[in-house]
Design a protein around this ligand. Structure first.
Ligand code: ATP
Length: 229
């Protein structure tokens, strides 16, 4: 199995594209969904956040007040770092666990939808291929205004906090242009899906796993034989 990183800019259409891959039966691991799960009330992440940030970052229901937290971490870099140091390891562990489960289910590849794949960097070296979802900055602003009720200024602050989208496109294996119709995006997703399915990269990883497994088993059997004979 090999890993494919799916990323883009804020509001460029990552979720739209990952839904299209999902409908083509591609397994998807969604880092945003995991980020929500690891801070659910009562979890380790939730307890750690409460210890470091106090009760003011929670709603009366006990859920994390994501809008308030987003504002705090945008304006206070030390708090952003603290929050990242709490939740990033929890997200990474969950991703690794899900990848292992999909590996044993025999999937050829898994797509990891990670919005800050290039910004964080720690997962990048594990990706065999990367897909960047592209659109214009004007479209990002328009989509954020209509979807999240952001002002133009709020949208711009978020866009500028990320690596420029055209730089991400230069680093990508595949770019999906989502600046046009949804049908055109769907066509490109189908093309990338065909390319991924024709890749032989999974055999390299499975061979390494098989050789390591045989080596460890043979060594263990040898040690047991000499120990108990
Ligand atoms: P975020 O970075 O906030 O997670 P995202 O990159 O996942 O966002 P989406 O949620 O997929 O982006 O799309 C942002 C908005 O733009 C959504 O409201 C979506 O319906 C709309 N959108 C996506 N693709 C297109 C398109 N080709 N044409 C018009 N609107 C689109």
């Amino acid at each position: 199995m090999f890993l494919v990183g799916l990323t883009g800019g804020i509001g460029s259409g990552k979720t739209t594209v990952s839904d299209m891959f999902r409908s083509l039966k591609c397994p998807i691991i969604d880092a945003d969904e995991i980020a929500r799960e690891v801070v659910k009330p009562g979890t380790t992440g939730w307890k750690r956040i409460k210890r470091h940030f106090g009760s003011e970052v929670f709603l009366s229901t006990g859920e994390l007040d994501r809008k308030y937290v987003a504002k705090v971490i945008f304006n206070e870099p030390e708090k952003r770092q603290l929050l990242n140091s709490i939740i990033h390891p929890l997200i990474r562990n969950q991703i690794i666990w899900r990848v292992i489960k999909l590996f044993f289910k025999g999937y050829q590849f898994v797509i990891l939808d990670i919005p800050l794949l290039f910004e964080c960097g720690s997962m990048l070296s594990y990706m065999k291929y990367t897909i960047v979802v592209d659109c214009t900055k004007t479209q990002q602003i328009e989509r954020l205004i209509s979807r999240d009720d952001f002002t133009k200024q709020e949208a711009l602050v978020r866009i500028h906090s990320q690596i420029e989208l055209n730089k991400k496109c230069q680093m990508a294996t595949y770019v999906i242009d989502n600046s046009s119709s949804v049908d055109y995006t769907q066509e490109q997703v189908q093309r990338v899906n065909r390319l991924l399915r024709s890749s032989k990269a999974q055999w390299k990883v499975r061979s390494i796993f098989l050789v390591s497994f045989i080596t460890i088993s043979a060594t263990t059997a040898g040690v047991c034989y000499y120990h108990f004979k």
